[in-house]
Design a protein around this ligand. Structure first.
Ligand SMILES: Cc1cc2nc3c(=O)[nH]c(=O)nc-3n(C[C@H](O)[C@H](O)[C@H](O)COP(=O)(O)O)c2cc1C
Length: 183
């Protein structure tokens, strides 16, 4: 066993929003686990409807988080070493950049900046939505906060989306070096 093998494995929060490709989050979980990461899923309340909760929990071994726990309840997930917001909606991107914290997912994301947790965002939006001026401003603000933004180009509206070119692995490509640098 080498020195790297003896370190505790990093833990990834996959923040899942209510976008068309959310049902494929198992791909990200598999890729991360194959690289030796533990994974927990935090879904937005709307995002919960887009995923197979039982399958995700069986795959990760952790409950999906979506609502705040009650005071005194134990924390259901270990602390995050990195966060991937994938897929990220127009809604959550804009609220995150504005500092709105009205879902658990947004609360975790807003706090991650101050905690210095490496964070990557994989937006999945169509080009009509992305044309809203707030969207680019939000991405610029997130970049300024150190958030790594994926290369996905918005798909045309009402044309079936772009799931085939949504690169889940980009989350790990972006986060891997940042996490290694902190360990
Ligand atoms: C079937 C369906 C697919 C959707 N796909 C997307 C999408 O790909 N990207 C997006 O930004 N919003 C999409 N939306 C809209 C979001 O679900 C909606 O804005 C929601 O409020 C987002 O909540 P969240 O950001 O808390 O997850 C979709 C809605 C539906 C019903």
């Amino acid at each position: 066993m080498n020195e790297l093998d003896e370190r505790p494995k990093p833990f990834l929060y996959a923040v899942v929003c209510a976008a068309g490709v959310a049902g494929d989050v198992g791909k990200l979980i598999t890729m991360a686990q194959d690289r030796g990461w533990g994974v927990g899923v935090v879904a937005t309340p709307q995002g919960l409807h887009f995923i197979d909760g039982a399958a995700v929990e069986a795959q990760t071994g952790y409950p999906i988080r979506s609502a705040w726990r009650s005071p005194g309840d134990p924390r259901p997930l270990p602390p995050a070493d990195a966060i991937a917001v994938a897929p990220a909606t127009f809604n959550t991107i804009n609220k995150w950049a504005a500092g709105v914290s009205d879902t658990l997912a947004l609360g975790i994301l807003c706090e991650a900046y101050g905690l210095g947790i490496p964070t990557a965002v994989l937006p999945y939006v169509n080009s009509a939505t992305a044309a809203h001026p707030a969207y680019q401003e939000s991405l610029d603000r997130l970049r300024g906060m150190g958030v790594m933004v994926s290369s996905y180009e918005p798909h045309p509206p009402k044309a079936g989306g772009g799931a085939d070119r949504f690169r889940w692995e980009e989350a790990l490509e972006l986060l891997g070096p940042a996490v290694d640098a902190r360990r």
